[in-house]
Design a protein around this ligand. Structure first.
Ligand code: GLA
Length: 747
């Protein structure tokens, strides 16, 4: 059992492979947090908490007349509200008598095999051999609001998840104005915060900063997890780097607005709290009702950021993603968006399919523009009926023709949105969010459907079901192209409008759940203007997410680098597109584009009829290399070998868990004359093994001749050589060259 209760000390200890987490019920019934960090077995950690009389720190009645016990200095598992803890709070409530107060005491706890699950929210999963659940029941003795603190423990994975289930045990309503998923107090140490900020076409850029005595908030108020911040943050020691140092990760399994607040308090103690954003949030709990928060996936390692990332990668692949494509090989696809935008005909699509099939591509994805009156982005959204002016003979016939060419067929939809110029909007204007008396704010000419309404979700499901039953569609790109404003539901009473944003998110989860449950063979690829909903909530339904609308491989490097801190390569949608790139105008070699896209799900997003014969041959070769290394890339350990932007090149590596093979990738981002030689030290190999090199990128660079030609340089290396002395690359010329070197253990 990874969860132990010590009766005498009233401590509950969670041990995972390398970490220990401990809490205790103090003599007054306060639930205190004692420790989360590197494994310490069988010890009572309560000595870490020392209580002193601190000025301006209030004292709870039970402790009276002691002035040493105060919520404002006590490390807590979850905060109360309005009762003397002036640090960031995890909840805010208003009771029926108008008071703003919650003050919890421990009631009981239970330990069970297997992982808890939720009624309506997605969550990670684990059976009885993989996970355990600790539930700690707290109750406010005055209002009878209870909070069940849930801990999902994946011992072997070094993961602890946290969430809260609130229950109103009173006879009147209680309003939750804020209900975060967790808080954690870290009383000692000096910490940096790493967060992943961005914008459309440049998501998940890494920013690292020292904690100061300001509260720092990483947040989205857009009701998407957003391009601008990701619901994943890291606290790491000031000297922590890829290979050393303490790192805590906090990842929210939620796709709507969120906040993660970090406070360094007056006594240098850190508190982090994370959950659904409380902006426009007010949830009425009627007597007997429950409210579940989404969960936070936490990990700790003392072995640096790479080790933390590996922990998340394994966990997301094994305990978040699910369904047929969790592990099954996904098709190499071609998407017509950057090839044609809205301007396609079925003839053009069939031409793309023809060329694609010849090159070994396995699926055609028909992007935006196939439905309703949709020749630009100002009309048609909502009318999920094929536009037969463009798709001659209808969708079924097109799918059959594509299938006949040996390609599978996928389609794009944006179910949550509607254009005013659409039949759906003309019939159901009240289905779109709009505040009384206001014209809703448009974005990309579209409005947002009220997904909190059952009939809206039902209607969308019927449409999708019909399409999927009629046509052999094997993939769905589920897009969502705006941030949410004007959230107001025509069917909820005034006093419950604070529930709309969260109910919206529950609505999309409901729809995604119905689609993936009833069409288990369909591969869902999440998308939201690229990577505006790149989060573990969506990953519960969609094992891959289009990670950015930026397909320029050089800018992609930093997007994929940032994504890799929390998310595995198997979730990162990435395509080879045309050069010059449509977003940046940059010209890059075809090979480099493929090397970068291969560190993702891999596919193409270009017009194959514009490729030369040599390029078509290259596509065949690229697909061959991707297939050959599929398991290594998708399931291997990912190592970041450079800190983004620090060098004139970026390097990263995939290593098999059993250390039998590794793939080293390098892209030179700033070619220099008379350059220094690039030497990269590999990671994660067996020092005593001998590895043989295959250059998968041979012939794709302009190598400057050396005394001994590069191709005749050494071909076998011990793991110790590669890890301690490194691999030296030849000097090359030309813009943005890339290398892809494969090392296989031969003895
Ligand atoms: C979003 C997506 C793109 C494409 C367009 C279509 O921007 O991220 O990949 O599907 O919508 O309108």
């Amino acid at each position: 059992m990874s969860i132990q209760y010590q009766k005498e000390s009233r401590t509950i200890t969670i041990d995972t492979l390398h970490t220990t987490y401990q809490l205790r019920v103090d003599p007054h019934g306060f639930l205190q947090h004692l420790y989360y960090g590197k494994k310490i077995q069988g010890q009572d950690m309560s000595y870490l908490y020392q209580d002193y009389d601190r000025a301006c720190a209030g004292n709870p009645d039970e402790a009276y007349p002691s002035r040493r016990i105060s919520f404002n200095t006590m490390p807590q598992e979850y905060t109360g509200y309005g009762v003397g803890d002036f640090r960031i709070s995890s909840l805010a409530v208003q009771n029926a008598d108008g008071s703003y107060g919650a003050d919890f005491r421990y009631v009981s706890h239970s330990i069970a095999r297997g992982k808890y699950s939720f009624q309506s929210l997605p969550a990670s999963y684990g059976d009885e051999s993989e996970a355990e659940t600790l539930s700690v029941f707290l109750e406010d003795p005055v209002t009878k609001l209870s909070a069940e603190l849930l801990f999902g423990v994946f011992e072997k994975k070094d993961i602890i998840t946290r969430a809260v289930r609130f229950r109103n045990g009173a006879k009147s309503n209680i309003i939750l104005n804020k209900a975060l998923s967790m808080s954690l107090d870290i009383p000692y140490g000096r910490w940096d915060l790493i967060h992943f900020h961005g914008k459309h076409t440049l998501e998940r850029q890494v920013e690292r900063e020292r904690l100061t005595h300001l509260v720092k908030t990483v947040q989205s108020t857009r009701n998407t997890s957003s391009h601008q911040e990701n619901p994943f943050v890291v606290l790491c020691g000031r000297r922590a780097d890829e290979d050393h140092g303490d790192c805590y990760g906090f990842m929210l399994v939620y796709s709507g607005g969120f906040r993660a607040d970090v406070e360094l308090d007056q006594f240098e103690s850190v508190r982090i709290a994370m959950g659904i954003h409380d902006d426009q949030f007010a949830w009425t709990l009627q007597p007997g009702e429950e409210f579940e928060t989404p969960e936070v996936i936490m990990t700790f390692t003392d072995r640096g950021l790479t080790s933390m990332s590996h922990c998340y990668h394994r966990f997301i692949r094994h305990h978040v993603c699910r369904g047929k494509y969790q592990f099954a090989r996904r098709p190499v696809l071609i998407n017509n968006w950057e090839a044609t935008y809205f301007g396609f005909t079925s003839e053009k699509l069939l031409e793309i399919a023809d060329e694609a099939a010849k090159m070994g591509i396995e699926m055609l994805v028909l992007d935006d523009g196939w439905f309703g009156k949709r020749d630009s982005d100002d009309s048609g959204l909502g009318d999920w009926f094929a536009n037969e002016n463009k798709i001659k003979g209808g969708l079924k016939s097109l799918v059959e023709q594509v299938n006949a060419k040996g390609l599978r067929f996928g389609i794009w939809m944006e179910p949550e949105m509607v254009n005013e110029d659409s039949d759906l909007y003309r019939h159901h204007p009240d289905w779109a969010f709009a505040m009384p008396g206001r014209v809703p704010t448009r974005s990309r000419n579209q409005l947002v459907l009220d997904m909190s309404r059952r009939e809206v979700v039902d209607y969308l499901y019927e449409r999708i079901e019909k399409l999927f039953n009629e046509c052999n569609i094997e993939y769905l790109k589920w897009d969502m192209n705006r941030s949410i404003s004007d959230a107001y539901s025509a069917v909820l009473p005034a006093g419950r409008q604070g529930e709309v944003l969260h109910r919206y998110v529950l609505g999309i989860y409901d729809l995604m759940n119905r689609v993936t449950t009833n069409f288990p063979n369909v591969l869902l690829e999440g998308c939201a203007g690229g990577g505006s909903r790149f989060d573990a909530g969506i990953m519960c339904y969609s094992p891959q997410i289009w990670c950015s609308d930026d397909t320029d491989p050089i800018k992609r490097l930093s997007i994929q680098y940032g994504s890799s801190f929390g998310y595995p390569v198997s979730t990162v949608g990435a395509h080879v597109s045309a050069s010059p790139n449509h977003q940046t105008g940059r010209k890059t070699p075809f090979h480099t584009r493929a090397v970068v896209a291969m560190s993702g799900t891999f596919g193409y997003e270009l017009d194959p009829s514009k490729l030369t014969d040599e390029e078509k041959e290259e596509v065949r070769e690229q697909i061959g290399i991707f297939r050959k290394h599929y398991d290594l890339i998708q399931g291997g350990l990912y190592y970041r070998l450079t800190n983004i932007g620090e060098e004139a090149y970026e390097a990263w590596q995939f290593t098999a868990e059993d250390r039998s093979e590794t793939l080293l990738n390098l892209v030179i981002t700033d070619i220099q004359p008379n350059a220094a030689l690039i030497n990269i030290r590999l990671k994660g190999l067996d020092p005593d093994a001998v590895y043989e090199l295959t250059d998968e990128s041979a012939g794709h660079q302009c190598v400057i001749p050396s005394e001994i030609p590069y191709r005749e340089w050494r071909k076998t290396f011990s793991g110790a050589m590669l890890m301690n002395a490194g691999y030296t690359f030849p000097l090359v010329t030309g813009d943005y060259p890339a290398f892809q070197l494969y090392f296989r253990r031969i003895s």
